[in-house]
Design a protein around this ligand. Structure first.
Ligand code: ZN
Length: 462
C-alpha cells in the first residue's frame, strides 16, 4: 500500500492527481486492481486487445523474418511509420486507437531489448483469449523531480521537465476510476480490505483480460524495504510438499484450491466437455472453471507478496536455493518419433511446481530487497548434513526425514536443506566418474545419489 504524503497530492478542482511513484512511501505493494467496465466499455476494450495483439504479432513476424545477411528488422521508429501507413490502408485498424497500437509496438521494443535479462526470452506470438491486454499511458502532465526532490530541468532550455501521469479519480473508500481511450472512465476496485487512501500512481498501466476478469496493472516497481540491520541470514528451500522451508524451522505453504474447489473444477470441466460445441452451456461452464482458476492464481500472488515483504523486512540476507524452474518443468512429452515416459506423472509434477509460485516469491523478494537476495548453487543441499557437512544419500531416509549416517544428526529434511542454503553451501560438485555423495553416475544415466523421489506427486486438478 502507498501512504500519501500530504504535500504531494495536488488537488485540482474535483480531481486528485497523484505524484510519480518515486515520491510515495512504500509499505508493501498493490499495483493490480480489478476493473469493472460496463458491457459497452468491455466490448471496446476487447477491441483494443485485438488491435494491440495484431500489431504485436506483426512486429514478431517482422523480426522472425530476419536472418543473418538480410536487412535489419525495422526499429521502433520505423515500425511506428509503418503503423501509420497500415492505419491508412485498413479500416479495421483505423477504427482503433492509435496510442494503444503504438504502445503495443513500444512494449514489443522493450521486450525485445530485455530478451536476455527478462527471463522471458525472445518475444513471441500473442494468442486470442490467452494474452489479452493493452497498455494505456497517462494523459496528465506532472512536473518531474530529481532524486533529491529538486525540480528536474531541461539541460538545454532550463525549463521544467513534465512527465506523464495516470489520473486516478477516487469515488469513495472502495472505488476509483481511470480513463481508458475510447471508453471514458472505467471503474476500478481499490484494495479489497477497504483500507482507504490506497491509490495507484504510475506513468502508465496495462489492462489485462484473463479468466473473465479485467485488471489494471500499474507500472510500479516497489521501493526497496530497508534491511533490519540485524545481520540475520535466512535460507529457503523450496519444495513441492512444503512450499518454502525456512532455515529457522518455519514452514510456509502457498495456499491452493481446497479439495472441494478442485472437485468443482473437475465437475465444470466435465460438463463443459460434454456440452455441445458453441452452446451457451459450454461458455457458462468454461467461465466457472476460469473463475476458480483465477481464484487460485490470486491466492498464490497474495501469498507471494505477503511472504516476500515479511522476508525483506525480517532478514538482512535472503538465500534461495538456485533452481532452474524452466528446466525442472520441461515437458516429458518428447517427440512423435521418441515419445517420453511417464508423461502424465511429469505433467502433474510440473503443474504442482508451477502452482507453488516459487519464481514469483524469488522475484518479489528481489524487488523489495534489492542486493539482499542471493542464489545458492546447491547440488546436494538436500543430502548434506547441516551439522557435520557429510554428504551421503543414505542420510535421507525419506521425503521428510534426514538422519545423518555420520554423526546421527536428526532433522526434517527440508529444514536441513534450508540450513545448508542459509550457510551458502551444498556439496562440491565432483567429477562425474568419481563417486559424488557416495554414489556413481553411469554415463547417460541418472545419478544414483538422486533425492528419494515420492511415489506420486501432484495436485489432482483434473
Ligand atoms: Zn552429520
Amino acid at each position: 500500500m502507498y501512504v500519501v504524503r500530504e504535500a504531494q497530492v495536488h488537488v485540482l478542482g474535483h480531481r486528485t492527481i497523484l505524484a510519480p511513484v518515486s515520491e510515495w512511501s512504500y509499505y508493501g505493494t498493490m499495483s493490480r486492481f480489478r476493473m469493472y467496465p460496463t458491457p459497452a466499455q468491455a466490448e471496446q476494450m476487447l477491441l483494443h486487445c485485438a488491435h494491440a495483439r495484431y500489431v504485436w504479432n506483426l512486429a514478431v513476424e517482422q523480426h522472425a523474418h530476419w536472418q543473418p545477411g538480410r536487412k535489419a528488422a525495422p526499429s521502433f521508429a520505423e515500425q511506428c511509420r509503418q503503423l501509420t501507413e497500415a492505419r491508412a490502408a485498413s479500416d479495421w485498424l483505423r477504427a482503433g486507437n492509435q496510442t494503444v497500437q503504438a504502445q503495443a509496438l513500444k512494449d514489443f521494443a522493450k521486450a525485445k531489448n530485455a530478451r536476455f535479462t527478462s527471463g522471458f526470452g525472445e518475444p513471441t506470438w500473442r494468442k486470442k483469449h490467452r494474452h489479452e491486454g493493452f497498455r494505456v499511458i497517462g494523459d496528465d502532465r506532472v512536473p518531474e523531480c530529481n532524486e533529491d526532490g529538486t525540480p528536474k530541468l531541461n539541460v538545454k532550455t532550463g525549463k521544467q521537465v513534465m512527465g506523464r501521469a495516470v489520473t486516478v479519480q477516487k469515488l469513495n473508500r472502495r472505488w476509483a476510476q481511470v480513463k481508458v481511450p475510447g471508453c471514458g472512465w472505467v471503474r476500478i476496485r481499490l484494495s479489497p480490505g477497504g483500507k482507504g487512501a490506497v491509490l495507484p500512481s504510475a506513468k502508465s498501466f496495462r489492462v489485462t483480460y484473463k479468466n473473465g476478469q479485467w485488471h489494471a496493472a500499474f507500472a510500479v516497481v516497489p521501493e526497496p524495504i530497508e534491511a533490519p540491520g540485524t545481520g540475520e541470514v535466512i535460507g529457503i528451500d523450496r519444495g513441492v510438499k512444503i512450499t518454502a522451508a525456512l532455515s529457522d524451522g518455519r514452514r510456509l505453504n502457498c495456499p491452493q484450491l481446497t479439495a472441494k474447489e478442485r472437485a468443482q473444477v473437475r465437475k465444470h470441466q466435465r460438463r463443459a466437455a460434454r456440452a455441445p460445441k458453441g452452446s451457451d452451456l459450454k461458455t457458462a461452464e468454461c467461465a466457472k472453471v476460469a473463475k476458480l482458476k483465477a481464484r487460485e492464481a490470486n491466492r498464490r500472488k497474495d501469498w507471494a507478496e505477503k511472504t516476500s515483504t515479511m522476508l525483506a523486512r525480517t532478514y538482512d540476507l535472503v538465500r534461495f536455493e538456485k533452481l532452474n524452474i524452466r528446466t525442472m518443468t520441461r515437458s516429458a512429452k518428447g517427440t512423435v518419433d521418441a515419445p517420453g515416459r511417464n508423461v502424465r506423472a511429469k505433467s502433474g509434477l510440473n503443474r504442482s511446481i508451477l502452482a507453488q509460485g516459487w519464481g514469483l516469491l524469488r522475484q518479489r523478494t528481489e524487488h523489495k530487497a534489492p542486493g539482499r537476495v542471493e542464489d545458492v548453487p546447491a547440488p546436494y543441499t538436500s543430502l548434506r548434513c547441516s551439522a557435520c557437512g557429510w554428504i551421503e544419500k543414505k542420510s535421507r531416509k525419506s521425503q521428510a526425514d534426514f538422519v545423518c549416517v555420520s554423526c546421527g544428526f536428526t532433522c526434517n529434511a527440508d529444514e536441513n536443506a534450508a540450513i545448508n542454503v542459509a550457510a551458502g553451501q551444498g556439496g562440491i560438485p565432483r567429477p562425474r566418474r568419481s563417486a559424488g555423495a557416495g554414489g556413481t553416475t553411469p554415463p547417460n544415466k541418472r545419478s544414483s545419489v538422486r533425492e528419494p523421489q515420492p511415489e506420486w506427486v501432484g495436485i489432482p486438478l483434473f
